[in-house]
Design a protein around this ligand. Structure first.
Ligand SMILES: Cc1ncc(C[n+]2csc(CCOP(=O)(O)OP(=O)(O)O)c2C)c(N)n1
Ligand SMILES: [Mg+2]
Length: 540
């Protein structure tokens, strides 16, 4: 037991859990939290320029590394500003630990006109969290942080929210810290694993659909092993991109099959092994309806197993652990692949060249100019929509595509978070002119943190994807979709970024130079590609 304030108890618990970054903004109602980390050199405080930036940074941080960052926000507007990034993390199944300030305990649960008052703040935060609670003494804090860590580490990851009232932040008492704990996730029930093994062995033409749950360094090796043992081609969801290297002979790429490229595979396959994917609207646009009737599904979340399609065998467990067990059970020699993956890749490339030449060239130039471990972070922009289909990736977590919550303005803050988590890897943010202006003030954060970061802004002076949507759905009646923009080069310069405007043909040279020089770069390009097929599933 040690005597300390609630603010210091939060810091001690963060240190004990190995948390290294806090994103946030100080105010009267969270200053004691910030003060608590003052004496902890292992915890870096990153001051953001809007709380949406804090939570989006924490989301990008977790997507890029699997690590958990914390956020400190004031109640009321600080929390509601942060909710967008928390909603994003919820839809992406990534963790973050958000601490919200709150008025003193005696001032709660009545409309007292108190500063930053927000009715039902726990319900508000809880709607985008897997865990949300309020503490009532400093000594509650380590226990509650431990519960939140277990919720994030042992189940499907989701944001966690802990509310710390002012009198708890500032009050002192004896606090018991928690003993260290190794978090573990369920490894799957052996009987189900045995049944899945039999089903997989009986399939003649199996394929694997790998989602975000496999896109980790731990998931890659057993995924590849199972694919080789089965001779099964591997399609990934946008979130599973990189789970298998695009250089592997069994890799067919991202299955957001907007060009119906995968029809042939799906028509022939007799069993799908679906791992770590809820087969959601983003991964499902065309592919979903045509899965074979035999499905073996593995997921950490019992609600996801069988949610979209009936399954022959469902296994609730950590994707990497279950794949590891399946690899052992399958044993034996590698099977030859029943599908001509190399020929498929050639035909896919030819079809994409025909459909999307300008954007394909641009994406290939980008790829060639930067190292294999570069992390690309997309926004909801036309180039971004193409990226999962066109960009080759060689390791997990190197293409971060926004989750189904679909927050415009995601890319820059998420890229900052990714860079802070993975400082040795180059990071590229990809935005349109519209999305960039949602969160561009975080260039100040990137500067303050001295980050090497490449920010690409594709400028068509429009909410281009929506303008195209208006073309198709509303006979070209453009309303609200055309934009009057600032001068992006001057804007970047004002933030201290190296800022240039280049033509798309020069993108390779521009990013190579930015990468070699280091520092913060804003590269604007006039570019307005056609989008891939619609993102709206009900569209006729
Ligand atoms: C918070 C939020 N508001 C609105 C939208 C709707 N929306 C989706 S894409 C888009 C246009 C994005 O424009 P831009 O960033 O310039 O990219 P472009 O489509 O022009 O390539 C809009 C307004 C959204 N996804 N998120
Ligand atoms: Mg635009």
């Amino acid at each position: 037991m040690q005597r300390m304030t609630g603010g210091r108890a939060v810091a001690a618990a963060l240190k004990a859990e190995g948390i290294e970054h806090v994103f946030g903004i100080v105010g009267t109602h969270d200053s004691a939290l910030f003060d608590g980390v003052f004496d902890h050199p292992s915890i870096r405080v990153v001051t953001v320029r809007h709380e949406q930036g804090a939570s989006l940074m924490a989301a990008g941080y977790a997507r890029a590394s699997g690590k958990i960052a914390a956020c400190f926000v004031v109640p009321g507007p600080g929390l509601t500003n942060a909710l967008t990034g928390m909603g994003m993390a919820h839809s992406e199944s990534v963790p973050m630990l958000v601490f919200g300030g709150q008025n003193a305990l005696a001032q709660l649960e009545r409309e007292g006109g108190h500063f930053h008052e927000l009715a039902n703040s726990l319900g508000v935060a809880g709607s985008v969290c897997g865990y949300a609670t309020r503490v009532s003494t400093p000594n509650d804090i380590p226990k509650v942080v431990r519960e939140a860590m277990r919720a994030m580490r042992c189940k499907r990851p989701r944001p966690a929210y802990i509310e710390v009232p002012l009198d708890v932040q500032c009050g002192e008492m004896e606090v018991a810290l928690q003993p260290p704990e190794t978090y573990s996730r369920p490894a799957g029930d052996p009987a189900s694993i045995a049944r899945a093994t039999d089903a997989l062995k009986s399939a003649k033409r199996p394929f694997i659909f790998a989602g975000g749950g496999v896109a980790s360094p731990e998931g890659t090796q057993p995924l590849v092993r199972v694919a080789e043992l089965l001779g099964a081609p591997v399609v990934t969801s946008v979130f599973g991109k990189g789970a298998i290297s695009d250089r592997h002979p069994l890799a067919l790429g991202d299955g957001w099959g907007r060009l119906n490229l995968y029809d042939e595979l799906l028509a022939q396959a007799d069993l799908a092994l679906v791992v770590g994917s809820r087969i959601d609207v983003v991964s499902d646009v065309n592919l979903g309806a045509r899965f074979p009737s035999r499905i073996v599904q593995v997921d950490i979340d019992p609600l996801v197993v069988g949610q979209r399609r009936p399954v022959e065998v469902g296994i609730v467990g950590d994707a990497a652990a279950v794949l590891q067990a399946l690899a052992v059970q399958l044993g034996g020699k590698d099977r030859a692949c029943w599908f001509d993956a190399a020929d498929f890749r050639r035909r896919k490339h030819a079809s994409l060249t025909e459909r999307a030449r300008p954007v394909l060239t641009l994406v290939e130039d980008l790829r060639a100019a930067l190292p294999d471990d570069t992390i690309f972070v997309n926004d909801l922009t036309l180039v971004g929509y193409w990226m999962p289909l066109l960009l080759e990736t060689y390791q997990p977590r190197t293409l971060i595509h926004p989750g189904t919550y679909g927050t415009l303005g995601y890319s820059l803050p998420a890229a900052i978070g990714a860079k802070l988590a993975c400082s040795k890897q180059p990071v590229v943010s990809i935005s349109g002119d519209g999305g960039f202006l949602f969160t561009m003030q975080e260039l100040a954060t990137a500067r303050a943190e001295n980050l090497d970061l490449i920010v690409l802004v594709f400028n068509d002076n429009a909410f281009g994807a929506i303008r195209k949507y208006q073309d198709r759905m509303f006979g070209g009646r453009h309303i609200g979709s055309e934009l009057v923009n600032p001068d992006f080069v001057k804007l970047g310069e004002a933030f201290g970024a190296n800022s240039v405007r280049v033509e798309p043909k020069d993108i390779g040279a521009a990013v190579r130079r930015a990468h070699e020089t280091g520092g913060l770069w804003l590269i604007e390009m006039p570019f307005a590609p056609d989008g891939p097929a619609t993102m709206v599933p009900w569209m006729p």
